[in-house]
Design a protein around this ligand. Structure first.
Ligand SMILES: *Cc1c(COP(=O)(O)O)cnc(C)c1O
Length: 374
């Protein structure tokens, strides 16, 4: 009898739905016979500025050493991060994107006996890594699209090993203040690890928001995850990192692949940390784009979730899938988020002013075609 190989997979994996990335530009170009240069992608929260010149120069230089394995310890990048944040190099774990770090954390600290707490509408990678290792995911209903931190703290049981908190959260853009995060951390037992995912923290302005790294001394059960994929503009190279106590970092570093960040990525990430002007431009372009998009949504009369990230979830109604398709036909890629349980919304990443304008034009036409005014 033929073997059903799917049935051989471990239980969590059998029922796993894979992460759905934004549609690549080349794929849409192939499907619709469009010129890739005329397509804009506002689907994966990428930095619309293009990479930093400093990062590019460092990456080009690193290409000459492609025959050599990368520095498995990532010495220079860790040193640069340690200097920037005033932490020890032994507190840092590098990852092939912060997705990699999130997965390593789950594998190191949870197993089939464990529960892992995260919010409804939170980043899709949390349930995926939880399920893949056969742990029990405990999704906690959201409050006004954001994390209900009190309910999340209350969901912690004897079996809970990890709690994932995205601040700001993707795909909703919701954010909690430092006071809210600290009062949440005060409620979590020290034996439960809290992963504070700060993928968008560079976009936060204002004293009221937390800097997870500053909380590490007070909360030794905290792991802060960050990435070079968003404000730092290096999504293609896949570099992220965790900052934690040295004891936790030691565990994570046992399990991560020895060469999980390649030399080109290491060089570019180290260099971009010196490019403060790039970071500032990223912030400015993002703040202006958030204003441009939200003002336009208000004008059209579309509800949206105010965002602290580099994207906005806008409610286009029960025609969302059709409007997404219509936007594609205009050469504009955004992100449907029905998979997040938000079938009425589309998530649009902030682009350059002219890209936002093109999206808004295409959106008005698509809404009109769907009979929703605009
Ligand atoms: C984009 C994102 C990440 C980072 O992904 P990388 O693997 O570093 O590219 C992590 N968490 C959230 C919430 C994100 O939106």
């Amino acid at each position: 009898m033929a073997v059903d190989y799917q049935s051989l997979a471990v239980k969590g994996v059998q029922a796993l739905s894979p992460y759905q990335p934004g549609k690549p530009i080349e794929e849409l170009a192939r499907e619709l016979g469009l010129n890739p240069a005329e397509i804009i992608k506002l689907a994966s929260n990428e930095n619309p500025l293009g990479p930093s010149e400093k990062a590019l120069a460092a990456a080009r230089k690193a290409l000459e050493e492609l025959c050599l394995y990368p520095d498995g310890n990532g010495f220079e990048l860790k040193q640069a991060l340690a200097n920037r944040f005033g932490v020890g190099m032994d507190q840092i774990t590098l990852g092939n994107g912060s997705n990699d770090v999130l997965e390593v954390i789950a594998r190191c600290f949870a197993d089939t006996e464990s529960e892992v707490v995260f919010s409804q509408y939170a980043f899709a990678v949390y349930p995926i890594v939880t399920q893949a290792i056969g742990a029990k995911g405990v999704p906690v209903p959201a409050k006004e699209w954001g994390h209900d931190l009190d309910a999340m703290a209350a969901a912690v049981t004897e079996r809970t090993k990890l709690v994932f908190v995205a601040n700001p959260n993707n795909p909703t853009g919701t954010v909690h203040t430092a006071r809210a995060i600290e009062s949440f951390l005060d409620k979590i037992p020290e034996r439960v690890l809290v992963v504070l995912d700060e993928a968008y923290c560079e976009y936060l302005t204002g004293e009221e928001y937390p800097d997870g790294i500053k909380l590490l001394e007070r909360y030794p059960n905290l792991i802060v995850c960050r990435t070079f994929s968003k404000a730092w503009g290096l999504a293609a190279l896949r570099v992220g990192y965790a900052i934690s106590s040295p004891a936790i970092a030691d565990i994570l570093n046992r399990v991560r692949q020895p060469f999980n960040v390649d030399s080109v990525a290491l060089a570019a990430a180290t260099a971009v940390l010196q490019d403060e002007a790039y970071l500032n431009r990223s912030r400015e372009v993002n703040a202006a784009g958030l204003r441009q998009l939200s003002e336009a949504f208000e004008l059209i009369g579309l509800p949206y979730i105010p965002s602290a990230g580099n994207f906005i979830a806008v409610e286009v109604g029960d025609q969302a899938q059709g409007i997404y398709q219509s936007l594609l036909s205009h050469g504009v890629i955004v992100r449907p988020i029905a998979g997040y349980g938000m079938p009425l919304h589309l998530r649009v990443s902030v682009g350059l002013p002219e890209e936002n304008e093109r999206f808004l034009d295409a959106l008005s036409q698509s809404l009109a075609a769907a009979g929703q005014g605009g």
